[in-house]
Ligand binder design. Structure first.
Ligand code: ADP
Ligand code: MG
Ligand code: MG
Length: 366
């Protein structure tokens, strides 16, 4: 274990001593531990202790302020709807000084959540129903936060989905060609250039005030939904570090990008990369069952576009990094970022191919 965790644990209001602390889950961003509190011979209460990755999150206190505000709101809404606020949202356990985090002497930020038992996350989608329930969970998340003033949240990663800016950065990387790789990736470059106009669409709709700013999750992967062991339903949305003001289309889009394919993000064999329309349908159905009633007609209309744009954005970021010599995303083999870019572009092409079907499926709710 990289850290001596006992002194950290003592900084939180557990009301008891830790009898076990062990690494937990397979998150890739934060360090996550399960903590059991209570006497050796009695029942234990369980908690999740996390060290925030401040390489990724430069403003940990703003991240925590966002999580505090959003979980407080969710708790109230879930209780009012007759749900169980102890299981259907994350619940922060305060530090001894009353704050929602503890900053240690090395500048690490730590936080604690009550452990939600009887449920688990899955790394792989095992059935289409899985995505239906993930869709419901994220849809409900949006609906419950519909009346939260999104603009009050900190934009902890500025311009995260400013797709026009992402495109401009790509153009700069292409002009510089600092790693001398542009010549070998002409097809991928053309793919992006021919879709340049897409990158401005949502940015312009926001500027025109035509799409509502919402509380968005910004990491709507399937493995961030706790699935209830007993019912199989999506119980709780986890991983709120990237909660920010944004568009519903970002969350829906990124969920489709990451969830509606069986292929890995870095699959080198593009023949294996396809859009699974059954998964698209399940996620959309679940999402719209919850969020449908609060989405505006324009949001509903742009759902397929959101999926395409988030996938294109992701591909553009990978290709930009490839052109810049792999300075941002960690690579594990030569050409890794190029492989990643290619899977995303293949998915974009697949989304374009299935456009009518996607529009029909999401259009049923208009
Ligand atoms: P990361 O950003 O590293 O993905 P997460 O916040 O998603 O971190 O947490 C990692 C894993 O820890 C989750 O996938 C889940 O399995 C588990 N986990 C997180 N919070 C809780 C909780 N409150 N109750 C039970 N399990 C949790
Ligand atoms: Mg996670
Ligand atoms: Mg995360």
């Amino acid at each position: 274990m990289a850290h001596d965790l006992e002194p950290i644990v003592r900084q939180f209001q557990f009301g008891g001593a830790a009898r076990r602390i062990e690494p937990h889950g397979c998150g890739h961003i934060n360090d996550t531990y399960a903590v059991a509190i209570g006497p050796e011979d009695g029942p234990a209460r369980r908690y999740i202790l996390q060290r925030l990755n401040h390489q990724v999150f430069h403003q940990p206190e703003q991240v925590m302020a966002n999580i505090e505000a959003v979980t407080r709101h969710l708790r109230r809404k879930i209780a009012a709807a007759g749900g169980d606020p102890d299981r259907e949202t994350l619940n922060l356990v305060p530090a001894v000084d009353g704050r929602s985090f503890y900053r240690d002497g090395d500048g690490n930020y730590w936080r604690v959540y009550a452990f939600i038992g009887g449920a688990r996350t899955y790394q792989v989608v095992e059935s289409p129903e899985h995505l239906y329930h993930a869709g419901r969970a994220f849809g409900k998340f949006l609906r419950m936060l519909e009346d939260f003033p999104a603009a009050r949240l900190h934009e902890t990663i500025p311009d995260f989905h400013h797709t026009r800016q992402r495109f401009e950065r790509f153009q700069q990387a292409l002009a510089r060609d600092s790693a001398g790789r542009a010549r070998a990736v002409g097809a991928e470059i053309d793919f992006v250039l021919s879709r340049a106009a897409d990158t401005a669409v949502l940015v312009e709709l926001i500027a025109a005030g035509r799409l509502p700013l919402r509380v968005t999750h910004n990491d709507t992967k399937f493995n961030n939904v706790l699935i209830d062991d007993a019912t199989g339903a999506g119980l709780c949305v986890l991983d709120l570090d990237t909660v920010m003001p944004g568009l519903s289309l970002y969350d829906f889009g990124d969920a489709i990008r990451s969830g509606a394919t069986r292929a890995a993000e870095d699959e080198p064999d593009l023949a294996k990369v396809s859009l699974d329309m059954a998964l698209f349908e399940q996620f959309s159905r679940g999402y719209l069952a919850e969020a449908g009633p609060v989405l505006t007609p324009l949001e509903l209309e742009y759902l397929p576009f959101g999926a395409k744009l988030m996938t294109l954005e992701c591909g553009i970021r990978f290709l930009t990094d490839h052109l810049e010599g792999d300075v941002y995303f960690k690579i594990h083999r030569p050409g890794h970022n190029l492989d990643r870019a290619r899977t995303q572009f293949k998915l974009v092409a697949e989304l374009e191919k299935h456009w009518d079907r996607m529009a029909r499926l999401t259009g049923e709710y208009r």
